[in-house]
Design a protein around this ligand. Structure first.
Ligand code: FES
Length: 108
């Protein structure tokens, strides 16, 4: 059987744990699991509202691509691998980030 490989991203301060699949971005994983994640563009990499601060596990994060780099620069933050756009961030191991406003969507 084909087991999906996932990696845990802990989100502070809400203490949410998101299981991100291999190749999936953090924003999409949060949506798939029923969490509300701050966004305007819906994951297109243009609004920058989804940005996170990486606290631990930066070595497990995907490299910053050109669109993400532009977004981080527009936020006036250093492109040092610690400010990331959740909709562009893929992970290969455990990571801890800070992002306010992440919470479970109310059940219908
Ligand atoms: S959701 Fe808009 S830039 Fe990530």
């Amino acid at each position: 059987m084909d087991e999906q490989v996932t990696h845990t991203v802990a989100v502070r301060p809400s203490d949410v744990e998101i299981e991100v699949r291999d190749g999936e971005d953090l924003f999409s994983a949060a949506q798939r699991l029923g969490y509300r994640w701050p966004t305007v563009c819906g994951g297109k990499g243009t609004c920058r509202t989804c940005f996170v601060q990486v606290e631990e596990g930066a070595e497990n994060c995907s490299p910053v691509g050109p669109l993400e780099r532009e977004g981080i620069e527009a936020l006036r933050r250093p492109v040092d691998g610690l400010t990331r756009l959740a909709c562009r961030l893929r992970v290969e191991g455990p990571v801890t980030v800070t992002k306010r406003g992440v919470r479970r969507r109310p059940q219908e």
